[in-house]
Design a protein around this ligand. Structure first.
Ligand code: SF4
Length: 372
């Protein structure tokens, strides 16, 4: 698969255009509604297709959009008991889990010295899952990079620099690697700005709190139907955009993953989302994340949506944009053709100001994906 360097076009570019957001929201409404209806009518509650495990809850960066960056994190520091971590992975193994497992949530995973051995364990126990990790790369070195690349299916390095330059640690790793195309893992180096305006993070993003005239999506949100988040103390949260846990959905010290996912708190949350939308749910009422994002079934991405993505690409004069499936999720079948889709809108035109090691495969879609 190799290494690709991309420059995602999200946040500033898209958030400023309410007209564009309105169109995306309208398409999202239909798709999410259809998906949620199938979910609620299923005889057995379908399993989640993405789980994020936050093994500790700190970050070492200071991005302006993040409510839990190192300067303003109000969470009580916590580290996950290893027993909880291994129990989660063992439960996923017993479930024959084929979805995505992310080894971080609202934290920097390399701050946890155990993360390499955790990735090894996940690799051994969950061969069919899409094993994923996002890091800001600050603590990355070549040894860690090679170990993670061996045990993951997707490895995303969010390289934060407002000039789109590679940070020193990432530059060094890339200089040490002689054959970037040889990795089986899909490695993305995402050139991102620290001062970008992203979504409101359930109303908590520091650089959007005082913004007037915020966009309010009308679509329901699919994350309570698709994604599970585990915090270091074993409690679970409704989504990755709610780092301060406006709503806790369960506790793994006294419940299993499936008990939580199929339990009353989650089902009531989903029904509320389906029948009344976001307005009465803590955090969701201030959230501007479009429904058609993360973990929606591939079948829910209508042609209309693909056409719109293409239109944005042309308007922004971008070389390519991607809609792609998450790795190894095509086997998910518990909810009518339920496979996970991630939307990434990317320009591949970024050239790092360093030795050019961009993989020759950079313009190809990810596995099972489509290039728009
Ligand atoms: S609407 Fe926002 S806060 Fe609510 S579940 Fe979706 S992503 Fe999370």
């Amino acid at each position: 698969m190799g290494i690709r360097i991309i420059q995602p076009m999200k946040g500033d570019d898209i958030n400023r255009s309410h007209k564009l957001l309105d169109r995306l929201d309208k398409i999202s409404r239909k798709s999410v509604r259809h998906f949620a209806k199938n979910f609620l009518e299923a005889e057995t509650v379908p399993d989640f297709c993405s789980i994020e495990i936050e093994t500790q809850n700190r970050c070492n960066n200071d991005c302006a959009f993040c409510p839990v960056n190192r300067h303003n994190d109000t969470r009580k520091p916590a580290v996950m008991d290893e027993k909880i971590f291994y129990s989660i992975i063992d439960q996923l193994h017993d479930m024959d889990y084929h979805g995505v497992v992310c080894l971080q949530s609202n934290n920097e995973p390399l701050l946890d010295g155990r993360i390499l051995k955790f990735a090894e364990y996940v690799h051994a126990k969950l061969p069919a899952a899409g094993k994923t990790l996002f890091t800001n790369g600050i603590l990355l070195d070549t040894k860690k990079f090679l170990s993670l690349a061996k045990n993951l299916d997707r490895f995303v390095i969010d390289n934060y620099n407002d000039n789109f330059e590679l940070i020193p640690s990432v530059k060094k790793v890339l200089a040490d690697i002689s054959s970037p195309d040889d990795f089986k893992c899909d490695i993305l180096i995402s050139l991102r700005k620290k001062n970008q305006k992203l979504n409101t993070r359930a109303g908590t993003a520091p650089n959007r709190i005082n913004e007037e005239n915020k966009f309010r999506p009308q679509s329901a949100c699919n994350l309570p139907f698709t994604q599970m988040i585990v915090r270091p103390d074993g409690t679970t949260a409704k989504c990755c955009n709610d780092p301060l846990n406006a709503l806790t959905t369960g506790d793994l010290s006294v419940q299993t993953l499936r008990e939580i996912w199929r339990g009353k708190v989650y089902q009531e949350l989903r029904k509320e989302m389906f029948f009344n939308g976001r307005q009465n749910i803590d955090g969701c009422e201030f959230c501007d994340l479009l429904g058609l994002q993360y973990a929606l079934p591939t079948s829910a991405a209508p042609n209309e949506f693909k056409r719109l993505v293409d239109e944005i690409r042309l308007r922004k004069n971008l070389s390519a944009m991607y809609i792609f499936d998450t790795p190894r999720t095509e086997k998910l079948s518990s909810c009518s053709r339920r496979t996970a889709l991630f939307l990434t809108v990317s320009s591949t035109s970024a050239e790092p100001k360093t030795k050019n090691i961009i993989s020759s495969r950079r313009n190809r879609p990810l596995p099972n994906g489509r290039l728009c």
